[in-house]
Design a protein around this ligand. Structure first.
Ligand code: SAM
Length: 235
């Protein structure tokens, strides 16, 4: 392989490959993701569902929280937007000691995500209304708020992390920053997982960086867009 690299560099023939870079890397990413998905022993998986819609993430929430709705959960949502899903969780988890933390800049995506341009989902920095004392929003880029938040975060409660920031960078940052806090039984729920160069890639790279953390995917809805994973062993 070294010879091939030297040859391409020396002769300049690598230029013949350049127009195909995007296509080849896309094909490789699709192939890696499909291969990974086919190997997962999901308890429930609706693939292929021709009627899948974005609202199927509620099926994931229902399935994943089936037996923990009465527990004092610490719910973390990364990517709140107008609060639609955040409010759903507030209504569903009734325990008075449950806590809800919603992280968002409320200024929209910090980078383009496919056809969605930077700034999509922006509310001009305005947070949605909140009138439940169990809940709070943490406003700002995750990269600027999460470390500070975690300095004072103490809890023995089971955690549910809902990752709905779409982007590779945001998802990878959250996973790697939250890794030391993950305990057996915690849940990680992904929205838009079926994006080979964003959430899926963040998950793969995170796993490589934390090989001792055991996390088991167990449920998939919406044709692999909405995936639930359980922490089996923390670090
Ligand atoms: C798809 S929307 C969330 C939708 C919401 N969970 C719902 O279903 O109701 C994605 C959100 O992620 C936020 N976001 C993405 N990356 C972020 C980052 N690094 N820091 C802060 N917010 C981020 C955007 O501002 C946007 O509001």
């Amino acid at each position: 392989m070294h010879l091939l690299k030297f040859f391409l560099l020396k002769t300049g023939l690598y230029r013949l490959l350049r127009p195909f870079e995007g296509l080849m890397s896309k094909a490789a990413a699709y192939s890696e993701m499909c291969n990974w998905l086919r190997q997962q022993p999901f308890e429930v998986n609706d693939f292929f569902n021709p009627k899948a819609t974005h609202a199927d993430h509620y099926k994931l929430f229902e399935y994943a929280t089936g037996n923990c709705k009465q527990e004092p959960i610490d719910y973390f949502e990364f990517g709140v937007d107008d609060g639609e899903t955040f409010y759903w969780w507030l209504q569903q988890l009734k325990h008075p000691d449950a806590r809800f933390f919603g992280f968002d800049s409320f200024e929209g995506l910090p980078e383009d995500w496919g056809v969605l341009k930077k700034g999509t989902f922006s509310h001009g920095g305005q947070m949605p209304a909140l009138n439940d004392p169990r809940a709070q929003f943490v406003k700002g880029l995750f990269q600027e708020t999460l470390h500070t938040f975690l300095q004072t975060y103490r809890s023995g409660n089971r955690k549910i992390l809902f990752l709905d920031a779409d982007l590779y960078s945001s998802t990878l940052f959250v996973l790697t920053t939250m890794a030391p806090y993950l305990r057996s039984g915690d849940l990680i729920l992904f929205d838009e997982f079926f994006a080979p160069r964003h959430e899926f890639k963040a998950w793969v790279d995170f796993q490589k960086a934390y090989p001792h953390l055991k996390i088991q995917p167990f449920v998939s809805f919406g044709n692999y867009n909405f995936i639930g994973m359980k922490v089996v062993e923390g670090i």
